[in-house]
Ligand binder design. Structure first.
Ligand code: XLS
Ligand code: NI
Ligand code: NI
Length: 434
């Protein structure tokens, strides 16, 4: 045991009336919700990068956190792992997620970086023998190091493409070895700053080839997990190729990967793309590519990816509503891709941030369940489309022609009557479940 979380108790469910801050008021892992344990619905994960690797920097200032594991040695990386698994245990977190760069020191050469990663993966493996926490997903950091400043797969330099490919291989190996349930690719630098120096058609082909190689390799080694792309617009490059769910779907179709790859949808990225979180989830589900979520929230005024812990009830509830309607997660889960504010220095801040996030999600899940069980929302939605229930109207969708539409309108004297969309009534209904 390290002494990092000294004095902080293991967090347990104590119900809404709990008096301690160090308690779950809503997250009760064993509670049955629609026939399934709450823990199995939500499948929470801690994100290693925000909780253990991020130092509290922003564009105007550097490190604010003082963590005993900061530094570039394998010994410190092991200390970081010790503390990480202590946090997982304190919270009863079923999963965690990591990038290679979060968990191992960067080596002087590729071989050294690979050795460092393998060393820490073995260390994780030992810890996982006595821990209840599993790996939700692994990923490669192909965006922080300066070699990736002009992209990884989409770099104009083939050497970078090769280096990124070798790195993804090592990260799929690591994820597979630890029994990871998914492998994520977020195209951090896959985009461009100016078209003046960019051949976007060529870069898109490179990205397609790269993803195909990752899928082929995963099959080859018998990786059982799901490959996920995480869409994000406008950050860090001005134009990001994986802008949103719709863009990613078009890309997957183009390269014949729509049955191989799904999406990991992040709340803050949806907001940056000008969508709501529930829109992105519902769209992915309707296209058959919904995989997993990165749960967080963006500041609605700042215009960048602030990665805060979720605390907006209706937003979270609507997200889980769509997830439940899609049948829930299969290999996916709720990854807290969320970080502390840089003034939140204390170890207990890190614990309480997760406690609050987990409770918020549990409330959202319960509200979503109640709305589904009540059924009014779905009934009213169905009623809105009931005109399509007749055979004649269905025929319009199968083999009708524009001439047929014209015949119907004239022969039957069709003159559409506008009907209320009832938005306020539906919003009032939603509020009853919050
Ligand atoms: C950054 C992304 C990143 C991915 C994993 O905005 O959210 O954290 O989830 O590379
Ligand atoms: Ni993000
Ligand atoms: Ni993310």
């Amino acid at each position: 045991m390290t002494d990092f979380f000294n004095g902080i108790p293991t967090i347990k469910y104590e119900g809404p009336e709990a008096t301690s801050e160090f308690a779950f008021r809503h997250y009760n892992p064993d509670e049955m919700v629609m026939g399934k344990r709450m823990e199995d619905h939500l499948r929470f994960a801690v994100a290693y990068w925000h909780s253990f690797a991020w130092e509290g920097g922003d564009p105007f200032g550097g490190r604010t956190f003082d963590r005993p594991w900061f530094g570039d040695t394998l010994e410190l990386a092991k200390l970081k792992a010790d503390v990480a698994f202590e946090l997982f245990a304190l919270l009863g977190q079923p999963y965690f997620c990591f990038h290679d760069a979060d968990v191992r020191p960067e080596g002087a050469t590729f071989a050294e970086s690979k050795y460092n990663l393998e060393t820490i993966v073995d260390y994780f493996g030992e810890k996982m023998e006595t821990s209840n926490t599993r790996l939700l997903w692994g990923t490669a950091n192909l965006f922080t190091h300066r070699r990736y400043m002009s992209g990884a797969a989409t770099n104009p330099d083939p050497d970078v493409f090769a280096y990124a490919g070798a790195t993804v291989k090592s990260c799929i190996d690591a994820t597979s070895k630890l029994g990871g349930e998914n492998y994520v690719l977020w195209g951090g630098r896959e985009g461009y700053e100016t078209l003046l120096n960019t051949d976007l058609a060529r870069e898109r082909q490179q990205a397609g080839r790269f993803l195909t190689m990752a899928v082929e390799y995963a099959h080859k080694i018998g990786f059982k997990g799901t490959i996920l792309i995480e869409p994000k617009p406008q950050e860090p490059s001005k134009h990001q190729y994986d802008y949103d769910v719709a863009t990613v779907y078009g890309f997957l179709k183009d390269f014949g990967l729509e049955n191989e790859v799904k999406v990991n949808i992040e709340q803050g990225h949806a907001i940056l793309a000008g969508h709501s979180f529930e829109h992105e989830i519902a769209l992915a589900a309707s296209l058959g590519i919904f995989g997993s979520i990165d749960m967080n929230r963006n500041d609605y005024q700042s215009g960048w990816d602030t990665d805060q812990f979720p605390n907006n009830g209706p937003e979270v509830a609507l997200a889980y509503y769509e997830i439940l309607k899609a049948g829930g997660y299969t290999t996916g889960g709720t990854n807290f891709d969320a970080k502390l504010r840089r003034q939140s220095l204390e170890p207990e801040d890190l614990v309480l941030a997760h406690v609050g996030g987990m409770d918020m999600c549990a409330r959202g899940l319960k509200s979503a369940t109640a709305m589904l069980e009540d059924g009014t929302l779905e009934e009213m939605r169905a009623a809105r489309y009931e005109g399509w229930d007749s055979e004649a109207s269905q025929a319009l969708l199968t083999n009708a022609t524009l001439e047929h539409c014209e015949d119907c309108v004239i022969a039957q004297g069709i003159d559409p009557t506008p009907r209320s969309g009832k938005q306020e009534r539906l919003e009032n209904l939603l509020n009853r479940f919050m």
